[in-house]
Design a protein around this ligand. Structure first.
Ligand SMILES: [Zn+2]
Length: 416
């Protein structure tokens, strides 16, 4: 594996500036392209699974986090409040309280449940400067988050479906979990609520892990303060584990925010909140993807998907036309012309780009391209529009592996 901090700088993905501050990386165009592709993929996966997307502010009044319990149980991780005309507002440590208020914004019927609200939103953690580094320990992050408000009877199915979506996303991203952990409370007193409810939630999650046939282990003292959770762990270059994805069943916040719905019996009932994140924060997910793939991202995530290489100046126009067509098909493409070196040198400097379309005199005359794949394979000469269409279709399918013009039944299953 690779160190994402080193590779991220070499590949121009992200960087930091002391004037912005430690733990506050910015994304350069190549890194932003990867993140954007990831965000779009997740949004579409969620949309197809019946999630509705929302936006909520990154600030909230201190009182909001007093109700949610963050103020008393998670204060060390929170930024100090800002005084605004007699009110105190805080950068949010999580999105859950905002989504609880969105749920509460009007009366709810059992017919609306499960209500799945998703947001790719900012959350903030007051990490000490000594532990900050790269994209993995940051003070501001964009979380792929969702909260499913459902009846107690629906909670297990919702948590199971969320776990299945995580596995689907991992297949498309080419990442392997190091292990599945059922995170339980520890001996200290930071865990809120009735221990019987905790046992009930933990038993539900253990049952889901068992049913899915995954090997898992329990992690004492790893739960959130308000409930147990399934954590999907990944390992970094130094074999250090981190949590990427989570599924959590929560009976506590719905009570804190007095959430309810009208049941089929006309009575007032308490929903359950299932918290889940498919890949965690964009920062941590992209850090892991950089290390996992060494910068050779799956084609749909690659910052540059196609480089067009005219052999000589005479093919510059034909190359520009192919790049223009590729861009029109939604591909990230550019021309690397003879002014940037010999053909071999240009091929070497594009070694992480999944597809390289070489255009010599013969290809230009015939409207063809000679496609080389990043792994060294060469495809037969193809009409340019057939090659671009094939690549664009492969990219749109979010597959691991590269399009090779013939064997479209490649080694990886379609992610959706
Ligand atoms: Zn949450």
């Amino acid at each position: 594996m690779y160190d994402h901090r080193k590779l991220g700088r070499e590949l121009g993905l992200f960087d930091t500036d002391p004037l912005i501050g430690a733990g506050l990386p910015y994304w350069l165009p190549a890194g932003a392209a990867v993140r954007h592709a990831l965000e779009e993929y997740l949004r579409e996966l969620e949309r197809r699974a019946g999630y509705q997307h929302v936006y909520s502010p990154v600030l909230g009044k201190r009182e909001l986090y007093e109700i949610s319990g963050h103020w008393s149980h998670y204060r060390d991780g929170m930024y100090p409040p800002m005084d605004l005309g007699g009110e105190q507002v805080v950068l949010r440590p999580s999105l859950c309280p905002h989504h609880a208020l969105l749920y509460r914004s009007r009366g709810r019927s059992y017919r609306e449940l499960p209500l799945r609200l998703a947001e790719l939103g900012g959350q903030y953690r007051a990490e000490l400067s000594g532990v900050l580094g790269g994209l993995t320990r940051v003070r501001a992050m964009q979380l792929n988050d969702a909260h499913i408000f459902c009846t107690p009877d629906q909670a297990a199915a919702e948590a199971r479906a969320a776990l299945e979506m995580i596995r689907q996303a991992y297949a498309a991203l080419g990442i392997e979990p190091a292990r599945y952990r059922l995170s339980l409370p520890g001996p200290d007193s930071k865990y809120v609520g009735d221990p019987r409810i905790w046992d009930q939630a933990a038993a539900m999650l253990a049952g889901i892990l068992d049913d899915s046939g995954l090997a898992w282990e329990a992690g004492e003292g790893e739960a959130a303060f308000y409930g147990p959770k399934i954590d999907v762990q990944v390992a970094d270059a130094a074999e250090r584990e981190a949590t990427l994805s989570t599924v959590q069943v929560d009976f506590y916040q719905p009570a804190q925010f007095d959430l309810h719905y009208t049941g089929a019996d006309g009575g007032r009932h308490r929903p359950v909140m299932v918290h889940r994140s498919l890949v965690g924060s964009m920062e941590r997910a992209v850090a892991h993807l950089i290390e996992r793939h060494g910068g050779a991202f799956p084609d749909w995530l690659a910052p540059e998907q196609l480089v067009v290489l005219p052999v000589a100046d005479a093919q510059d126009l034909a190359a520009a036309e192919v790049a223009r067509q590729a861009t029109g098909l939604g591909l990230r493409a550019r021309v690397a012309g003879p002014d940037s070196g010999t053909l071999n040198r240009r091929i070497r400097s594009s070694r992480l780009v999944p597809y390289q379309a070489v255009i010599g005199e013969r290809e230009a005359a015939a409207g063809q391209v000679a496609v080389r794949l990043r792994d060294g394979r060469r495809l037969p000469l193809l009409p340019a529009d057939a090659a671009l269409g094939g690549i664009a279709a492969h990219v749109a399918a979010h597959r691991i592996g590269l399009w090779d013009a013939g064997s479209l039944s490649g080694p990886s299953p379609r992610p959706r």
